[in-house]
Design a protein around this ligand. Structure first.
Ligand code: SF4
Length: 335
């Protein structure tokens, strides 16, 4: 039996995308549920052998790369690089139990967060620019990644949380298959920027129990200016619909730990640039009014933001209050 309860939570926590550097996220409410004993979805795909097929199919997308909506067309298997500046390799920037993620991911053992180097977006205000733009990180084989996942599980982490996985999805699928064969049993989190290809996401159906995409902007022109892609809102909407189709609203166990579902992050930007009303309306109407949305107030001008007047200052408290009001007005109940 599923019992839903709304838990009001007025605290603050460190944000994963800030890499635990002190910026705050405020959660006003979260939805919790408890259900049957949990078995991660990927174990079915391992048992049937399907996961290795998925990994192989994803790897083929690197040849004339069309893993993400940028569709660079470069042959990454031959070492060519597209907008994400990676060939065939995967780089890990850090792998740690993280206590600054959303409460349903953290629990008492932390979220087993694996920060991946490089990114398919080019956000001018990136809070992880050393890794996402600088490519900081060590080269890791699928075997290395599998060992890392198992080590995080062994340390008591409640999940393995891949931060910015989009551009290395094939390598991760290989690693997940290896780790699952060696005893991995915690849910997996796909923690991404929201600029995802639906075709690639379909390869992840039944692999990730938890999706945690950003929905950054409602206005394509803002996405083009700030993240270097011309079609962010349409792409993100299609991606979020597919993720929601796969996993639905967030479901937690008796301890409030996330088992399956979607958490959407929306960073409120200065000067209403994020388009919070339209984002909230889309989520409430096209996905679910019960979708778990983390409205984030920790915007600070990082990376190249100081060179762009519209994002060169921190968010003001009244701007965040207005965003909360808009989310409420548009019918969101968990934010
Ligand atoms: S994953 Fe990288 S190379 Fe491939 S399409 Fe996206 S940005 Fe381009």
């Amino acid at each position: 039996m599923t019992i839903l309860a709304t838990i009001l939570w007025g605290g603050a926590a460190l944000c994963a995308r800030c890499h635990g550097r002190g910026r705050e996220v405020r959660y006003l409410a979260t939805t919790m549920a408890h259900t049957r004993p949990f078995r991660p979805a990927y174990l079915e795909l391992v048992d049937s052998g399907e996961l290795h097929h998925r990994a192989a199919a994803a790897r083929e997308l690197l040849r004339g790369c069309r893993l993400c909506p940028r569709r660079c067309g470069v042959n990454r298997l031959a070492g060519e690089q597209g907008a994400c500046r990676l060939g065939d390799e995967l780089r890990i920037a850090s792998a740690v139990p993280h206590y600054g993620e959303e409460p349903p991911l953290v629990g008492y053992g932390g979220s087993g967060t694996i920060f991946l180097a490089s990114c398919n977006l080019a956000c001018l205000f990136c809070q992880n620019y050393e890794l996402s733009h600088g490519g900081e990180g060590y080269r890791a084989s699928p075997e290395d990644v599998a060992r890392t996942m198992l080590a995080l599980q062994q340390r008591g982490c409640h999940n393995v949380n891949f931060v910015t996985p989009t551009h290395v999805t094939p390598q991760l699928l290989q690693a997940i298959a290896l780790a699952a064969e060696q005893g991995l049993s915690v849910p997996l989190v796909y923690n991404c920027g929201g600029y995802e290809s639906v075709a690639t996401l379909k390869l992840l159906d039944g692999v990730f129990d938890l999706y945690m995409p950003d929905f950054k902007y409602a206005d394509a022109a803002v996405g083009a200016r700030l993240s270097g892609v011309p079609d962010y809102p349409d792409v993100a909407k299609a991606a979020l619909r597919e993720m929601y189709r796969q996993v639905g609203d967030l479901v937690c166990d008796d301890d409030g730990l996330a088992q399956r579902g979607m958490i959407i992050r929306h960073l409120v930007l200065p000067n209403a640039l994020a388009g919070t009303r339209d984002v909230a309306r889309f989520v409430a109407k096209a996905l679910s009014p019960n979708a778990y949305v983390n409205l984030m107030d920790q915007y600070r001008p990082c990376f190249r933001a100081q060179q762009h007047p519209e994002i060169a200052r921190p968010l003001r408290p009244e701007e965040f209050s207005e965003a909360v009001r808009l989310a409420w007005e548009e019918g969101l109940t968990q934010y």
